[in-house]
Design a protein around this ligand. Sequence first.
Ligand code: FAD
Length: 323
Amino acid sequence: METPSAPQEFEVAIGSAIAAPEAFGASFEAIPEAGALELGTDLEGDPAVAFRRTLGMFATGVTVLTARVAEQVHGMTANAFMSVSLRPPLVLVSIDGRAKMGALMHEGTRFGVSVLEAGQTGLSDRFAGRISDDVPEPTFEIVHETPLVEGALAHLVARIVRSYWGGDHSLFLGQVEFARYGEGRPLLFHGGRYERLIEDPRVFSRLPSELLDPILALGSERSYDDGETIMRAGEPGDELMVVLDGTVRVRRPGRDFTLGAGELIGEIEVLDPSGGRMADITAAGPVRCLAVSRESLLTALEADPRAAIALIEVLAARFRETA
Ligand code: FAD
């Protein structure tokens, strides 16, 4: 196996003569010749299992694909769903050649996509053929003559505009006719099992005030002017802070939010300082904070092991959320 050198940035000027071919899809018509699949030397056992496990490292959401034939509704769990294009709005799904669902997917027909919420593992199992008694019967809403699973986090209805050979799967490209989403957290699938996003990243702020207040009492006050940096992503997380007055702006990759008086910042990093700060935090207006150093924090935990035990319980509950 060759180790390639670091990839270089493509130098393609916008509007240059180099562009996507007119008929990109045409290449899908030709079935590629079967070639040998080389697996990493540390991957032992059945090559098919090793390949599957490699693919399983790609984390996805979970959907239920649905179709209607006359008055009958059929659903199937699928994580091989991807967004393809915004203009026109296109999505792609990949369906096993042995699945009944495939027989209902034809160019011109519609299918529904229901993106499942974190608590809907039972529905996912149900539509994957793993029926358990404690899962209620799913109910459907018909939109654009297409069934959608009620209670899902997001819904799409798409009309199949192309279908492609995909080895032991078939690929269906759908033009989206309807889309909506609600509030909530998605169900995730990774490494062959369900996962979910941790809902509440707070740690110290979960402690009862009788345990938290003595820790905060060891802090010293700081003031910041509007726009001033309070914490910078990547720097060592050697302090925990509580906002006393004002508002702070938290910027994490993909997420911006504000925190106000009484909220804690830097509470995860102070327990794991080697990882560095996860966010840039700036003052949005004048801000007063109380800063507790990691050293003072450890002294407080030594002085009152009840606080240390409570923290372990909070962290253990986090693991339970993702297990
Ligand atoms: P069946 O196996 O007959 O039906 C599926 C199940 O849904 C049955 O239990 C059936 O009772 C129930 N069901 C169907 N319609 C209704 C209804 N109207 N009301 C109540 N229950 C109904 N396979 C793929 O091809 N592509 C994927 O991307 C994919 N991703 C998956 C991701 C996950 C997380 C899981 C768990 C499985 C995935 N599968 C995928 C496997 C796929 O879900 C199963 O193989 C499924 O059983 C295939 O469904 P089928 O169409 O053959 O129908």
